[in-house]
Write a protein that binds this ligand. Structure first.
Ligand code: SAM
Length: 375
């Protein structure tokens, strides 16, 4: 089976490695994704266990169309009843990059009309639309005149692991957090501190990595479970196998946040996923914190300064650099921020840098080696 596995910009390499480890074949990098091949067992396992995948798509129909009439005709030529029962609900996600088709919603509407009309003509009945929780989620990708329709085997995006507590102002995408940890090459035996942990996403993803816990092991819903060929026996075997890979090693994970609401949220999320004891969360200003260990890693996502003035955010980043130098000598620090001017005020030279996106914000993810005095 051919698959397209989507990720965030900058994570193509680490996703390719994850796929290789899980047994995917014919791996090919594309922008924000990987094309590969795998059997149904791989598909189930990949949905459970890939940390940097957002969606796993199975392409079913490709064609060229230059206008809406052609799009409708090409959609009508395909037999949709193989993939969608008339009694099931469906929705179409769309991604359109085209000079020929400027309105992505209209493209999705035309595609939907063609599917519905085919059922009306054949059966005098039609499947209903359900955009919130469809039985079958199709994905329409259009690049100029080239269309690919896929079955979305994941359904809701795979970053929705189910542990998130609502309410933090700037929660981080779970896939972004997992990818940042992977890019840092964190040695799982070493202490990890997120000094501005917010709702705790980086720490939760780190704990799951340390425990070899498949990130979606607690999630119930996946798109493929409503497919006609879904095998409950195979699914339960794959799930049991992933569960049996879990370990409880000793780990040293610390989160700090100055905001009591954030601290409460981080603790609740950890509790939801059964990791409350594995991660220490403290309510405090990180500038007053001194780690016990002389060696470890900081991975953090500080405020970017949307809510405070330029001088204040610059001063905050300067104090962050000072606190890192004074209190964390011997550590490696990885900081993500969209505020490139403020990043310069940290006052440290980075030894590695990755361009990433936090939602729509283009960010730098920088590695600083912290040491006493000067080298
Ligand atoms: C962008 S948010 C982090 C979001 C987090 N990565 C998540 O997934 O929810 C930045 C966090 O830094 C915290 N913060 C700001 N100043 C701080 C300080 N001096 N000490 C500790 N935490 C601080 C804020 O309360 C906020 O929760």
């Amino acid at each position: 089976m051919k698959l397209t596995i989507k990720t965030l910009y900058g994570f193509e390499g680490i996703l390719a490695e994850e796929i290789k480890e899980l047994g995917g074949e014919k791996i090919e990098k594309i922008t924000r994704g990987i094309k590969c091949e795998g059997n149904p067992e791989f598909l189930y396992r990949a949905n459970l266990a890939l940390r940097t995948a957002l969606k796993i798509l199975v392409p079913i129909h490709s064609f060229k169309a230059k206008n809406e009439k052609e799009l409708y005709e090409k959609m009508m030529e395909f037999d949709w009843s193989i993939f969608l029962d008339v009694d099931q609900t469906f929705a179409i996600d769309n991604v359109v990059f085209s000079e020929l088709f400027k309105h992505s919603k209209f493209v999705a509407l035309k595609a939907k009309d063609a599917i519905v009309d085919q059922y009306r003509n054949k059966y005098r009945r039609r499947p209903s639309i359900n955009t919130d929780n469809p039985d079958v989620l199709f994905n329409l990708h259009c690049a100029n005149d080239q269309f690919t329709i896929s079955m979305d085997s994941s359904g809701a995006p795979l970053n929705q692991r189910g542990y998130r507590e609502d309410g933090h102002r700037a929660p981080m995408n779970e896939v972004l957090a997992a990818g940042m940890i992977k890019l840092s090459n964190w040695d799982k035996g070493k202490p990890l501190v997120d000094p501005m942990c917010g709702s705790g996403t980086i720490l939760i993803e780190a704990a799951m990595i340390a425990m070899n816990m498949a990130p979606n092991i607690n999630r119930r819903d996946f798109g493929f479970r409503s497919w006609p060929e879904f095998s409950p026996v195979l699914w339960s075997r794959v799930k049991n196998e992933e569960q049996s890979k879990m370990r409880k090693p000793s780990m040293d994970l610390t989160g700090l946040d100055i905001d009591p609401n954030a601290v409460g949220m981080a603790r609740k999320s950890l509790g939801k996923i059964g990791l409350r004891r594995e991660v220490r969360i403290r309510e405090m200003d990180f500038r007053d914190f001194k780690p016990l260990s002389e060696d470890g890693i900081i991975i953090t996502n500080p405020p970017y300064g949307e809510r405070i003035g330029e001088d204040d955010i610059n001063a905050f980043y300067t104090s962050m650099g000072d606190a890192f130098k004074q209190n964390f000598a011997g550590y490696d620090a990885w900081v993500i921020s969209s505020n490139k001017a403020a990043m310069k005020k940290i006052g440290l030279n980075y030894s590695d840098r990755h361009a990433l996106f936090n939602g729509p914000l283009e960010c730098d993810y920088c590695h600083y080696e912290l040491y006493d005095g000067s080298r």
